[in-house]
Design a protein around this ligand. Sequence first.
Ligand code: ADP
Ligand code: G6P
Length: 469
Amino acid sequence: MPDGAEPMSDGRLIVVSNRLPKGDVPSGGLVFAVHEMLSQTGGLWIGAADPTKTAEDGLTQIGKGVYDRATFALSEDEHRHYYLGYSNSMLWPLFHHRADLLSFDQDDFDGYARVNARVARAIAEVAAPGDTIWIQDYHFLMVAKYLRELGVRNRIGLFLHIPCPNVSDLMALPQGADLPGWLAAHDLVGLQTQRDVSAVSDLLRLDRAIERLPNGGWIRKGHRFAVLSFPIGIDAQGFADTAASAPELPLRMPRDAPLILGVDRLDYSKGLVQRFDGFDTYLARRDAGGPRPTFLQIAPGSREDVAAYQEIRDQLERRAGAINGAHADLDWTPLRYVRRNIDRAILAGLYRRADVALVTPLADGMNLVAKEFVAAQDDEDPGVLILSHFAGAAEQLRAALLVNPFDTSALAEAIDRAIHMPLAERLERHAALRPMVFDQDITWWRDNFLRHLRGHAGFDRAMARFSAP
Ligand code: ADP
Ligand code: G6P
């Protein structure tokens, strides 16, 4: 389809993400969000197959239902270079401002480019004119470029679930100068926050072929594209219903003891060590006659073949042992650290039972746990959300107790304040948080993104409304 022309119809929605839902594996926010979205719209979801010895072109259909699912093949070698290597040892740390954790390897980039090209060929084979292609996340930054090279003119959107690097971080990426061109191959690049939109706007200026349009959009070699923020949401009502009807919790602690909850994939970006340090400081300072809280941290292992993830796991285990060693009593274990994947109904019940949620990432695209916690609360007796400034969710959830996760003493103070917060203040904060989660939910996110991607007619108007600073 020529640039600027209207699509014939909305066609089918084709979504591609590296991960598909899979049994017991902790899936992360993206998989829950895409599942909820496609359950409403139908369409085709393409994701990676388990690695095998060799990989061939094409897709394998693995499920038909409200939406169809298909996998693209991945060889063990490609899994190592594309997924463990370039995606998770290069792009993930870089985009989470951890250039110190980068590991360079030309083979990793070659594997990434090869897999992106194969995915593009597979999409090009199944996409009909009028279909909308929606690419998810950092695993596929080059797919749109390859699709355009194959002559695909469909609408192509990218949503980046993670934060964006700033220009100086990007200098650490050998392919940094190419990134603006990869982004420019889409029609719409969606980001979690305005902060990310500003970062991408700065990056785009690195490419001399890219120009800013008066309406706030961008153009490269005659192809117009937009960069806007669409903060991702959750199925808030569904989650609230699950929380309200959750089964009895298998928790062994006094009913009136405060429960502090953390729920995260075990990732260095989540600030878990700093969070444990904050809790340690809180325990050291707490009034001995005061309430004896339990801090339950649920953190299933993630990407365990990457060294940085093994290190954070070891570090956390040591900290958990030391904290309980220093503060536990015969009848009290202050910190419980669970590495299992938890059934969603139980998880929802835990959020509702919790008096305090600790969501304190050092960098995070959005953080859906923060929104799940708000959705799960009893509106008449809500818990307190302690939220890092560095979670994308902080742009919307201003009424949370906002903290700097690097400041151990401030974290300890926030925990103390949350535990003792009077009902009136909890109600006031919750009343301000609730609409952000229930009104800007997953349906709002999807509709908003697709409306902008599909409807070029409204593009100019929309861009004027959303234009980046
Ligand atoms: P990320 O996508 O970086 O993992 P998010 O907070 O955005 O972080 O999303 C995490 C998702 O994974 C949430 O939907 C959360 O409920 C889910 N989750 C995290 N830990 C567990 C666990 N142990 N058991 C079940 N679900 C989990
Ligand atoms: C984050 C990323 C997703 C990823 C998820 C789980 O949410 O944005 O793209 O799927 O983490 O990580 P994994 O590597 O296990 O898929």
